[in-house]
Every structure is written in C-alpha cells, then in structure tokens.
Design a protein around this ligand. Structure first.
Ligand SMILES: Nc1nc2c(c(=O)[nH]1)N[C@H]1C(S)=C(S)[C@@H](COP(=O)(O)OP(=O)(O)OC[C@H]3O[C@@H](n4cnc5c(=O)[nH]c(N)nc54)[C@H](O)[C@@H]3O)O[C@H]1N2
Ligand SMILES: Nc1nc2c(c(=O)[nH]1)N[C@H]1C(S)=C(S)[C@@H](COP(=O)(O)OP(=O)(O)OC[C@H]3O[C@@H](n4cnc5c(=O)[nH]c(N)nc54)[C@H](O)[C@@H]3O)O[C@H]1N2
Ligand code: SF4
Ligand SMILES: [Mo]
Length: 741
C-alpha cells in the first residue's frame, strides 16, 4: 500500500455535519481520506462524499489563473462563456485593478445601493467575515446575502420571532439521549448521513421512537414507529392538529408553558379549528396517525425535533417552522439534553457564514443593522467614521437579482455560489443576470453563473487554505491547508485583502479598515473581539475537536445545548397561524406536484461533485414517479419523459419508485442537462423571502424521439468541459500558473 509522505487533519467541505477528515498525501497529492475514530462529530465514519469526493480539486476543468472576458459585456446583453477561447488569462494585478476600478466607478456614479455581494457557505468564517467587511466598510452597502436565503431562511425567521436565536438548540449526537424524536422535511440519510447513523442508533440500540413526517418514503421510514406521509405544503395543518390534540388531551407541560412562554391563549384559540379531521382533509394524513404522533411526542421524557428543507422551502416556510416550534413549547421539550429544536443546517459553513454577517439584516453576531446600538461597535472595529456604516437593511439574494436594472443593483460580486442552478425559475434568473453591468466571480470552476462574469478570480479549495468552518451544531472546527495552492489560485481571504487595499486607495480612504493579516487566526481574533459568542474561539483552542458557540471567554468550554434557563428573547412566543395553500396547486393541465431536493452522491448545482468520481456513481438526472401514476400514464422505468411547468420544461428519464407518493414527483436539482429549477416557481415566503422549491405544478408527457435520443447521449461529466484543458489523466501539479493553450 502507498505510504503517505504526510497526513493532514481537516474538516469535510460538503455538508453541515462537519466530519473530521485525515488527508493522506504523497508528492503534494491527496490520494486517500480516512477519519479519526476519536472525532466527536463522526467517530471514524464518513459518507461517500467525504471519503471520495475530494478529487474535484485536481479536475482539469478547474481554473487556477485570473481571467477576463475577451468581448466586453453589456448590461442587457450579457452572455455565458464556457469556452476558454472566450477568456483572456491575466495577471493577478491586472484582474484586481480592473475589479477595483469598475466597482469604485459604479459606486461613485450610482452610490452604495448599486453594489451587492453573494457570500459563500462553502468558504471559511474568515473569508466571509472579510468580504462582508469590504462591502459594508468600504462600499457602505448591506446588499449582502448567501445561500441561507434559499435554505433555512424560513426556520431562521421563525426561530428569531419565537425564541430570539436561530441556531440548532442541541448537539446532533444527543439524539441517542432522546426517547422520541420527530424528523420532518429532512432526507437525513442522504443529506446528513452521519447524523442519520446516530438517529438509526437511537432507534435500534437505544429504543427511541421515531416519527417521520414527509411526503416521500425515504430510508428513515424503515426505522420509524410512525410515518405521516403528508401532501407537500401541508405542514401547518398537520403540526397544528398535533398541537390541538396535545391541548385537548391536556398533555401540556404546564410548568414550562407558564414559566417560559407567552401568548398561549391566543394560540390555543387559533388551533381550535385544526382538528385531526380537518388536517386529514388537507394533508391526506390519517387523523389517527396525527393523534398518535401527538401523544407519542408529548408523553416522551425527552422529545426532540429535527427538520430540513421540507419545512422551510415553502411560501409559508416561516409558518411551517413556527408550527413545529409550538410543539416544543407545549411539551417543554427544549433546554435539556436529548430534546430541542434542531434545524439541520446544510452547507459545511452555512451556520458560520450567517454568524459572520453574510446577511442583509445583520452585522456579524446577528447584530441588526437597523438597531442604533450596533453600527457604532463595527465603526470602531473597522475604523469607519461615526455614522458612516449603512443602517438600512439590504436586499436578499432573490431581491438582489430581481433589482438588477438601471437605478438598482449594477455590480454583483459572487464568491462561490451558483444562482444559475440554485435559484428558482431559471429562465427568469437568466434574464436578471443579463441585466447586470458588472459581474465578478470568485470560484474554482467556470460554472453556469461564473460563465456570465466579466472577471474570474481563482480561489483555492478547502484543501489549500487555512481557516474555520462552523458546523450545524455550532461547532467551530479547523480547516487546514494540506497541499500547495493549485496554479495561481489564492485563498479567498487573501484575494479579498488584495482587492480591498486597491479599493481603499482608489477611494482615497485615509483611515484603513485594516487588511494586513498574515494568517486567518488574526482574522478570527478580530471577530472574537466584537462578537461575544466567538470571544473564546482561538485557533489554539480549536486544535482537536473544535468548540461549540457560544464560547463566551477564553476559559469557556463551549455550549452543547442552549436555552436551559431562558430564551434570548426572554419568554418563548406562540404565534397564531393560518393554513395557506401552496402558491400553485395542481390542476387539470399541470396535475402533478413537483418537489425537488438532493441525492447522496451530488451537491447542489454539481460544480464540485460532477467534477468528481462521484458523478460516475450517479451520472444522470431522473424524475421519480410513483408506480400507480406511472401505470396510469403508461410510463415505464427508464423511459424518457418531458416534465413541464408554466415556466419551463426539461427532458429526463423516469424512475418508477414507491419512494415518492402518488400525485407527487421528485427531481434532484444537481443536473444542468435537466435543471429542476427551470420548472420551480419563484413564489416567496413574505417574511423570510425563501422560494417555494418544494411544491409547484407540473405535467409529464412521453418524450419525442428526438428528445429521447439527446438524453440517451448523456455521458458522465457530460455537463461541460473547459475546452483546451490538459489531457484527461494528467494531474496538474502545483506551481506556476498554467500556460494558456
Ligand atoms: N448529498 C447531499 N447532501 C446535502 C446537500 C446536497 O446537495 N447533497 N445539500 C446540503 C444542504 S445546503 C441542505 S440545506 C441540506 C438539505 O437537506 P434536506 O432538508 O434533507 O433536503 P431535501 O433533499 O431538499 O429534502 C427535504 C425533504 O423534505 C421533504 N418534503 C418535501 N415537501 C415537504 C413538505 O411539504 N413537508 C414536509 N414535512 N416535508 C417535505 C422531501 O420529501 C425530502 O425528504 O442538505 C445538505 N446535504
Ligand atoms: N430546486 C431546488 N433548488 C434549491 C434547493 C432545493 O432544495 N431545490 N436548495 C437550495 C439550498 S438549501 C441551497 S443551500 C442552495 C445552494 O446553492 P449554491 O450555494 O448556489 O450552490 P453550490 O453548488 O453549493 O455552489 C457553491 C459554489 O462554491 C464553489 N466553491 C467551493 N468551495 C469554494 C471556496 O472555498 N471558495 C470559493 N470562492 N468558492 C468555492 C463551488 O465551486 C460552487 O461553484 O441551493 C438552493 N436551491
Ligand atoms: S456526512 Fe457530511 S460532513 Fe460527513 S463526510 Fe458526508 S458530506 Fe462530509
Ligand atoms: Mo441549503
């Protein structure tokens, strides 16, 4: 067996579980990944992505030199360029000067509101902190957001309203201490695989009861005591009916309700009408099952709730999450080990990016931009004149693109996101992208979004840089550079510092906000000096297993579970709810409900996993159809079908499976050849602004022969290749910039 020259321990770049990895390296090449058995998060376990999905860093399509578009792009007529010949390789100086010139020009001409940035839940805390600092301190804009908007925004708003804090309340591994737990809107075995292992252990080894509430028959249903297969978009009636039963049968934890919550009376009146019969009529879930689930959760010693996108990605995502929070309030299943309200955060560092202020409403540490007490603290930290920082809430991701027009947003800076795959209604998103006057992308690949850019800044991957990620249960862990940066790529934090200094000199700033860091540890020290929850987070203390925030001071051990004594807002607040149907119910013309989501082997728009061996494990998009529906339509397994909504159409193979319930079809959104988001609807939750990815109406037709031939010709990695790339098989080594062909 190959002997490594060295190993490096670090954190997985994929999901929010935050598994610890050991990279085995020979000749500056990572050839194997294992995991330490004493890692508290994953105890030696890894899913297929953590174990094998790192090879994208060596993929020949990866771009490691700064690039500028050859043909200048015009607002309104911006095009996508996937071909190397359409770009010019430039030096870092030229690329950074151009970006600084254009951003400053647009800022001087149109003001702060014309600039916006998408931050990156894949990048480190330090990277995100610096990019929001650059846009807030230098350009005075709060138009800063990231993929959390498309993700747990509904949960975040609901938890803020009810509790005053939006993170997972407990540690995922505590699930083995629960005697009953609800998993809803979360396909945990595919999307948080290592947490799912702990859930299975809770059931099989510790005898816990599991209640699954989900329209799809995902793997955890095999472990569940009860499965409530609800129609997509009917969370509020189902969970409100559970609250109804808990109140009617007096299964309420009165001590908790009386001492820790407020607003019960109005709430109790509002759930009068949510009888199990009423909920059954709307959701399709048997009334007896709803009552049984209510009793099982309410009478547990330690009950916990875990949830995912099936709760938040709806045009009433906030209400859905509130309907879950009420169950924990009524039963007092929060503030103790093995209980809690646990939104499973998705990206490796989405918790961290949110903590770092990668959002339009908050400075780092969730300090509201429009609360007059907060801006002065950051003005002092960033050397900004008093009153200088913008105190108005900025635009969200979805709003930033919708406002890309003269008088609105003119320049967008995207660090590691792919809205041209991840936003709903892509045909419209495309039109918005075309309206931008200037687009900068900082990424590893020319993905569907980067292809629209004027300038490409090549960043290093997680394997080539130092920093920290904060996982789903608030654990801040080290990311350690294992190999030299590929080609001329630079860590995100360095690119931002290089650029910010150029911007400051063009703006003629006399008081620098400070960009002279020699190591990300110094950035973390700056964060900890102002954000109380990160005060005790220093690199020296993170060495082995990281620390769970809040870490109030340098001796504080971190916080495994929250809210033992009180909530940040004082008492937990009940919110009376109404049932609001999804924005686009099925009808005669579009008779199926489309729900979208993920598969184990792939990641979002596929930029990373489709440039990895993982693509060979799951090479093609499929639409999952229930056998009853397939029989009615005469569709057989593997047949090519055309799926259309009012916004777009795609062609792909059918997968006939009982995993999806009758009337509902499922398409993963990883595949550009059949992008699910061409179909999805851009209806938004009014408060959280999260799109309704989980329900829209579609029709399914058998494909024409021509379309079927196209699908048959798909190959693994058939998505795009960066033409002119090195011959397959050659592994580009670190070193000087690659020559352009
Ligand atoms: N392999 C892989 N893992 C990932 C990701 C990835 O791309 N690939 N992405 C990461 C990210 S960013 C995130 S946010 C997480 C997401 O993780 P999940 O939340 O598990 O994501 P989804 O696949 O979108 O599945 C959501 C579940 O909601 C269910 N659902 C749909 N509609 C409803 C509804 O109306 N009510 C209820 N109760 N359930 C419903 C679906 O059937 C599905 O089981 O995964 C993370 N992990
Ligand atoms: N239909 C449908 N759409 C959805 C969802 C759904 O369930 N259904 N889910 C939504 C959710 S929950 C989410 S979170 C979003 C995700 O949406 P996005 O965040 O837009 O998707 P990703 O593909 O994860 O994009 C990450 C990008 O970062 C780059 N990258 C990786 N590492 C680094 C790094 O260190 N530095 C830099 N600069 N770049 C890096 C990758 O190459 C990639 O291009 O999608 C949303 N869209
Ligand atoms: S469970 Fe998540 S963090 Fe762990 S190896 Fe898989 S993708 Fe990585
Ligand atoms: Mo997400």
């Amino acid at each position: 067996m190959l002997k490594p020259d060295r190993t490096q321990s670090t954190t997985c770049p994929y999901c929010g579980v935050g598994c610890n990895l050991i990279l085995h390296i020979k000749d500056d090449f990572i050839y194997r990944v294992t995991s330490p058995f004493d890692a508290v998060v994953n105890q030696g376990n890894l899913c297929v992505k953590g174990r094998f999905g790192y090879d994208f860093i060596y993929h020949p399509d990866r771009v490691t030199t700064p690039l500028v578009r050859k043909v200048p792009q015009q607002a309104g007529a911006r095009t996508q360029a996937f071909d190397r010949s359409e770009w010019r390789q430039v030096s870092w100086d030229e690329a950074l000067d151009l970006v600084a010139d254009r951003l400053v020009e647009i800022y001087r001409r149109d003001g702060a509101g014309a600039l916006a940035a998408y931050l990156c839940a894949k990048a480190t805390n330090e990277d995100n902190y610096l990019l929001q600092k650059m846009f807030r301190a230098l350009f005075r804009t709060n138009h800063i957001d990231h993929c959390t908007r498309l993700c747990h925004a509904g949960s975040v708003v609901a938890l803020q309203q009810a509790i005053g804090s939006s993170a997972m309340s407990n540690t995922a591994a505590e699930v083995i201490k629960s005697d009953c737990f609800i998993v809803t809107g979360s396909n945990t075995t595919e999307n948080h695989p290592i947490i799912a292992l702990q859930m299975k252990a809770a059931v099989r080894k510790h005898g816990a009861k599991l209640i699954v509430v989900d329209p799809r028959r995902m793997e955890l249903c095999d472990y569940a005591t009860l499965w409530l297969p609800l129609r997509p978009g009917t969370n509020v009636p189902v969970f409100s009916a559970m609250a109804h039963v808990i109140l009617k049968e007096n299964l309420v934890n009165w001590e908790f309700v009386n001492t820790r919550t407020e607003g019960l009376e109005d709430f109790a009146r509002s759930v009068e009408k949510f009888t199990p019969e009423y909920a059954e009529a709307i959701s399709g879930v048997d009334r007896g099952l709803i009552a049984a689930a209510a009793r099982m959760y309410a009478t547990a010693e330690r009950g916990a709730i875990y949830w995912g996108m099936g709760i938040s990605q709806l045009s009433h995502g906030t209400a859905s999450a509130l309907s879950l929070i009420h169950l924990a309030f009524l039963t007092g299943h929060i503030g103790r080990e093995g209980t809690g309200l646990n939104p499973l955060r998705g990206q490796n560092n989405v918790q961290g990016a949110s903590d770092m202020g990668a959002m339009p409403f908050h400075f780092p540490g969730y300090m509201a931009v429009d609360d007059p007490a907060n801006a002065p603290r950051w003005e002092a930290a960033w050397n900004v004149e008093p009153g200088g920082l913008n105190r108005k809430r900025g635009l969200t991701t979805t709003e930033i693109l919708a406002n890309a027009h003269p008088g609105g947003v003119r320049a967008l800076y995207i660090m590691g996101e792919n809205p041209m795959m991840s936003e709903p209604n892509l045909n419209q998103t495309r039109q918005h992208m075309q309206q931008l006057e200037f687009l900068v992308a900082q990424d590893l690949f020319i993905n569907e979004t980067v292809a629209f850019a004027d300038v490409f800044l090549p960043s290093t991957s997680w394997a080539e840089k130092d920093g920290t990620f904060t996982n789903t249960d608030r654990r801040v862990q080290r990311v350690r550079s294992a190999i030299l940066p590929r080609g001329a790529s630079r860590p995100d934090w360095q690119i931002i510092c290089n650029l910010a200094q150029r911007i400051e000199s063009r703006l003629g700033v006399t008081r620098s906000a400070g960009w002279q860091y020699t190591h990300p540890a110094e950035i973390m020290a700056e964060i900890g000096a102002v954000v109380p929850e990160y005060t005790g987070v220093t690199y020296a203390r993170l060495e082995k297993n990281g620390l769970q925030t809040p870490v109030w001071d340098s001796g504080h051990p971190g916080t495994p579970f929250l809210f033992a004594k009180s909530f940040p807002r004082g008492r937990g607040k009940f919110h009376p709810l109404e049932y609001v149907p999804t924005a686009e119910p099925p009808d005669d013309e579009f008779p199926f409900i489309l729900t979208t989501g993920r598969v184990l082997e792939h990641w979002h728009g596929g930029t990373m996993t489709r440039h990895s061996k993982l693509d060979e494990l799951y090479p093609q998009a499929t639409v999952e159809i229930n056998p009853a529906d397939a029989a009615l339509m005469g569709v057989s397994d593997g047949q090519v079908v055309r799926v259309a909504s009012r916004r777009g159409a795609i062609t792909l193979r059918a997968q006939v499976t009982p995993k999806t319930t009758a009337g509902v079809v499922f398409i993963p959104f990883h595949f550009a050849e059949a992008a699910a988001n061409l179909l999805t609807i851009d209806a938004l939750d009014p408060q959280a602004k999260i799109p309704e990815f989980k329900a829209c109406a579609v029709q399914i037709l058998l494909a024409q022969a021509e379309e079927a031939r196209l699908v048959a010709a798909w190959e693994p990695r058939g998505r795009y290749t960066w033409r002119g790339s090195p011959p397959a098989g050659r592994i580009p080594r670190s070193g000087p910039p690659e020559p352009m062909p």
